[in-house]
Design a binder for this molecule. Structure first.
Ligand code: SAM
Length: 277
């Protein structure tokens, strides 16, 4: 009998995924970490029973977290990633001619396990000479840093455990301080279908800090409800105003599978929420 794991999203809904085999199963100081396989999704990183990323669909999530911001900013040279220990976001950022990427991940074991079992996702991103990996709490880093970043990407778990701090007003305020005068931030803002209150919370926090705030979505099959949201906060450049030609020009040297100029524009057109409690 095959095992199944269920990600209980709340609202009386859970998404279950069949586990063919477990390649790794351990507990770090922060969370239960598993690498499991599934016939449809391939290898999957699972933290505290929530699927974080899978070989089959990681490109959709990571491309849509990264490229709208890095194409919107006219010259993104210094990028900060909070979370993202599986390396998928980092790998997408490094496709751009950035000069320096700092990735702040609280759990060293997520990085080590991802590098060992999920090289199809992170490839050799962590070895790139432009990368600085810091193992610490993202909110502590943004509180204390004196550095300034053109783009900040928040690739966190959902708001439980150590991830809860990354959805707080104080965290986003500290991120706003750590951005350059024309910097922008994008945070994963939860399931657009089942976590309306989470998305609205992120929109509210960013709305108090940035003149331009925009939520967009991507189809990520492994995530509950598939329609996943991202919310951008920008000090100057509005991602909704980019012309297709501008996007196409920036993508000439950036290979993508999901993100295209039409997808960029369409992603900011949000479907009505069928379930909105
Ligand atoms: N794409 C996934 C999603 O949308 O759910 C997230 C992927 S990534 C694995 C999430 C990472 O955030 C985890 O490795 C976790 O350890 C890290 N994380 C959680 N809270 C953190 C914090 N306060 N500071 C830094 N990293 C944190």
């Amino acid at each position: 009998m095959k095992e199944w794991i269920s990600d209980i999203v709340g609202l009386g809904y859970a998404q279950s995924i069949q586990i063919d085999s477990i390649l790794y199963d351990g507990r770090s100081a922060f969370q239960h970490i598993q690498i499991a396989t599934n016939p449809a999704f391939g290898r999957m990183l699972i933290l505290d029973d929530a699927v974080q990323t899978t070989e089959a669909d990681e490109f959709a999530y990571h491309e849509m977290l990264v490229h709208p911001a890095l194409v919107t900013h006219p010259h993104p040279l210094r990028v900060l990633i909070i979370g993202g220990g599986d390396g998928g976001t980092l790998e997408e950022v490094l496709k751009h001619p950035v000069e320096h990427v700092t990735i702040v991940e609280i759990d060293r074991e997520v990085v080590e396990i991802s590098r060992k079992f999920l090289s199809s996702i992170c490839d050799r991103a962590f070895d790139d000479r432009r990368v600085r990996l810091l193992i610490e709490d993202g909110i502590e880093f943004v509180r204390r840093t004196q550095e300034r970043f053109d783009v900040i990407l928040v690739d966190s778990t959902d708001p439980k455990g150590p991830g809860a701090a990354l959805f707080a007003a104080e965290f986003f305020a500290a991120c706003a301080r750590a951005l350059t005068d024309d910097g922008l931030l994008v945070a994963q803002s939860g399931s657009y279908i089942f976590q309306a209150n989470l998305t609205e919370r992120v929109v509210g926090h960013l709305g108090a800090l940035f003149p331009e705030v925009a939520t967009y979505w991507a189809a990520v099959p492994a995530y509950p409800g598939v329609v996943w949201s991202f919310t951008a906060g920008s000090k100057r450049h509005d991602p909704r105003t980019l012309a297709a030609q501008q996007i196409a020009r920036r993508l000439q040297s950036v290979p993508t599978r999901y993100y295209t100029p039409p997808i960029h524009t369409a992603a900011f057109v949000l479907p009505p929420r069928p379930i909105d409690k």
